[in-house]
Each structure stands twice: as C-alpha cells, then as structure tokens.
Design a protein around this ligand. Structure first.
Ligand code: ATP
Ligand code: MG
Length: 466
C-alpha cells in the first residue's frame, strides 16, 4: 500500500496548540497511536492522542495557564482530556505498564521520561509510532513497513504481550478486519495460544471489541480465519464449527454458512449493512446445533432453531452488554429469518406488524433487512437454493408497493380511536379498549375490514362487540 510521507503529515491546529504549549514549558510531547497510523494511510479524521514527558499535574498546570480546558479523565494512568476549539485531545504521560495479574488493568503504571519506553508498551507496531511536526516520525518497531505491507504485528514477544492483556487478542482481529490486513505468523500463533485467556476479561470489554469487529463489515473473515478467537469471545460459536447439517440444502457447515451470509449481506447493502443486520447474519443459525435431530432417513432437521437462536442471540448480546435496542432488533431478525413472506399485501402487512410490535417505528427498515438476510441465507446454501432469491425479489417489489400505501401497522393508524370504541360500545376505559382496537387492526391487516371510519364504527356497533 502506498503511504503518505511523514513530512506530509499535518497535525490539526488544536493538537498543535497542545503540543506547542507543553514544549514551550519544557516538556517533550508527540502525537501518537491511531492518528499517526491513519494519517500515514491517508485516512483522515482520527482523533489525536498526545503523549508527553509531563506528569498529568504538570500538563494540567501548563495547559490551564495557556487557557485550555482540562478534565481529569484518567489520572491514575496519567491521562487528562483537554478541549481546544471544541475538540477533545487525550494527553497521557509517557508510561510503562507492570504485570496484568487480573488480566484487565496493569497492576501499576510507571511514568517514564523516554518516549521510546512508552511506544514499547503499545500493542501493535502500526499503533506504536509517534509524530512531531519538527522531529518527524519516530518508528522504532517498523510500524511504517508493516503499514505498507498490510500486517498486524505485536510489539515485542507476541505471546508475552497477549498474556499481559488478553484483550489485545481481539484488538488484533479488530485492526486486521478494519484495515483488511494480514496477521504476521508469530503474532497469529500467539493469538491462537492465548485466545482462551479472553475468558478472564470482563464481558463488556469483549463486547466493545466484538462490536468493533462486526462494525468493520468483515466479520466473515474473522469467523473463517480467526475462529479460535471468535469462539473464545463468544463460546456458543464453537458448536457451529464443523457442524455437518446432513441436509441436501446445505453445502457448508454452520460456521462457513454463517460466514457466507455475513459476506452476502454486505454485498447486498454495498458494504454498509446496519449493525443489527450484521449481528443477525452472524447469529441467525446459532440455535442450529442445539436443535439438531435426524429423521429415519438420516437427514438433519433443526425444528425451532429460529426461536432457540433468538433467545441465544439475546443471551449472548446481553452478556456482551450491547445496546438494548440493538439486541431487540437482532433478536427479532433471528426469530424471523425462516419466516415465509409471500409477495401479497396481506403477508407483507403481517410481517410488518410483527416487527412493529417489537420495535415500534422501525417495521419498514427491519422488513427490508429481513429480506436481505433471507436473500443472503438463500445464496449461501447449495446452488439450487439460490432460486429462492428470485422469489424474494418479488417480495421486495410487493413490500415497496405496500409501503407506498402506508398501511396501518399500529392501533394509532386506525381510522377510529379509543374514544370511538367507548362511545360505540359503552365500554369503560381500561385494557379492554386496547384489546378491541388490536382486534380491529388485525382484521384490517388481514383484509377482513377496510381502514375506513364508517366501516370500523359499524363493526363496533355490531352486537358481538357490545
Ligand atoms: P481506534 O481508531 O480504534 O480508536 P486507536 O489506535 O486510537 O484506534 P485506542 O484503543 O483508542 O486505539 O488506543 C490508542 C492507542 O493506545 C493505540 O493506538 C495503542 O497504541 C494503545 N493501546 C490501546 N489499548 C492498548 C492495549 N490494550 N495494549 C497496548 N496498547 C494499547
Ligand atoms: Mg482511539
């Protein structure tokens, strides 16, 4: 890959102000980490982290005197966050780290005076470069060469580095996915050896990294090439590996099928699939191993796997402390992935209503996503199953037409309301009113009644409703 030359790197003005203020007061300071990596790659917009010889109290004193706002965000580790022109910059004292006996936090950090010692504690060579507008690039571990070659390589002895902090195992996979890089062989071997140590890491931190991996749109690569790491992060994935489906519809084991579905949803969505669709693709068949049975002919079946899978997806995602809205959407997509949708207004409306009940206001988006999930599923089985994707095109067309008509999906969309119900039936306020509106909505969705005020009022006056 062609890289920018270090002399072409231009630090944003707000970060320069921080570095200048520190250096004018006699404290060496550099931009470091992700900003240096991404600027050399020509990818702009990364936040700037600054590393400095000043202790955090000195940083605070110098920058406050320069009129810069300072927040004590992580002083135990030597970090303050400063805000210049509305832009936050993290400023951290040069430091090394002691052992990580709890696998989470270094037992102690030591503040040091040499920036090279600070770079040595960083995880990967591409993240262990520092840049200064006059002194240029400081790159003691060959990060620039690894960027050019597209390689993620641990700084120092890989196994030792992963044992210090097992989260680096997932960070390696996240950066490889995000940048589309390979993992250097010794680093890869250590990843596999150390992956089980992820069990010692707090699940919400695993969740953050997994979210980062899924967000890259390349989780299919991770699933196939870093299976041990993903299984360590989400143990339920282990049962998908090598799971022979014994079915004439499936050419792949559950793991490879899932990876292909992940890739296909990206293709259908131009690489911009939403987080819920990405997670649903990853987890849609997670319930298969648990529901597997063979019939008298030896053929495999997975009755109820969408229901079991939806529950498992929820359990996994809650454990990883992922956002509640995301969990709810993934759960319903997994639950619905085998649900047959016909290209008829009624089938479309019933599907929309199922999503509306669970995720009010998001029915249309989720139904579109369901169709892409089903399409991806169809093209990831045996070639003959891909024909169903053509049928799904007709369903998409029917969905587009039905959405143009703005069908009622919620009792609020009905041409009558609770007041009408009480007036026409003499019912007192209470849950019964809502139930009656629900019944009307179901009848409208099923084409048994039009959504017209007069027709609905007439229905309410009907003796069966009184
Ligand atoms: P991102 O774009 O994902 O934020 P980043 O490089 O800024 O990428 P951060 O997690 O924000 O990554 O961390 C900033 C820098 O701190 C990294 O570039 C790396 O040098 C160092 N770092 C972060 N976490 C670790 C870790 N667990 N072990 C070693 N070094 C780390
Ligand atoms: Mg960062």
């Amino acid at each position: 890959m062609k890289l920018a030359s270090a002399s072409d790197l231009v630090l944003p003005g707000y970060a320069l102000r921080v570095i200048d203020a520190l250096e004018s007061a006699g404290y060496e300071a550099w931009a470091v980490g992700g900003w240096v990596r991404d600027s050399l790659r020509g990818a702009e917009g990364h936040d700037v982290d600054v590393t400095t010889a000043a202790l955090w109290q000195q940083t605070e004193a110098v920058l406050t005197a320069a009129g810069i706002e300072v927040h004590e965000t992580g002083t135990a580790h030597g970090t303050v966050t400063v805000v210049v022109d509305g832009e936050p910059v993290e400023v951290t004292t040069y430091r090394t780290e002691g052992a990580y006996s709890d696998f989470r936090h270094p037992d102690e950090v030591h503040f040091v005076t040499d920036v090279r010692e600070d770079l040595a504690r960083r995880d990967f060579t591409v993240n262990a470069m520092a840049f200064h507008p006059e002194r240029g690039l400081l790159d003691p571990y060959g990060g620039r060469d690894d960027l050019r070659a597209g390689v993620i390589r641990a700084v120092g002895e890989p196994e030792q580095r992963f044992r210090e902090d097992a989260l680096r195992v997932l960070r390696a996979v996240r950066f490889a996915c995000r940048l589309g890089y390979a993992i250097e062989p010794a680093t890869q071997a250590a990843l596999v050896t150390c992956a089980p140590e992820l069990s010692e890491i707090a699940s919400e931190r695993i969740g953050q990294e997994m979210e980062g991996i899924v967000e890259t749109g390349r989780v299919d690569w991770a699933l196939l090439h870093e299976t041990d790491v993903l299984v360590a992060a989400i143990p339920e994935i282990g049962a998908m590996r090598g799971f022979d489906q014994r079915s004439p519809y499936h050419a792949y084991d559950v793991l490879e099928h899932s990876a292909r579905v992940c890739r296909a949803v990206e293709e259908f969505q131009g690489g911009l699939a939403t987080p819920e669709l990405r997670w649903a693709a990853l987890l849609h068949d997670i319930g298969k191993p648990a529901t597997f049975m063979t019939d008298a002919t030896g053929r495999g079946h997975f009755f109820g796997h969408p229901k079991v899978g939806a529950e498992m997806a929820e359990t996994i995602m809650r454990r990883l402390a992922l956002p509640t809205d995301l969990v709810r959407r993934v759960r319903i997509l997994v639950r619905m992935h085998d649900h047959t949708v016909y290209p008829t207004p009624r089938s479309i409306r019933r599907t929309l209503r199922k999503f509306e009940l669970v995720c009010p206001g998001h029915a249309a988006r989720l139904t579109w996503e369901l169709l892409d999930l089903k399409r991806a599923d169809a093209v990831s089985k045996v070639p003959s199953a891909a024909r169903y994707a053509v049928e799904l095109d007709r369903v998409s067309e029917a969905l587009r037409r039905e959405l143009e008509r703005k069908p009622p999906l919620n009792v609020r969309d009905l041409a009558v309301d609770g007041g009408d119900v009480m007036r026409e039936t003499g019912m007192a306020p209470g849950p019964g009113v809502g139930l009656l509106l629900d019944t009307l909505l179901t009848a409208v969705i099923n084409d048994e009644l039009p959504n017209e005020r007069e027709a609905l009022l007439r229905e309410l006056r009907w003796p069966g409703c009184q």
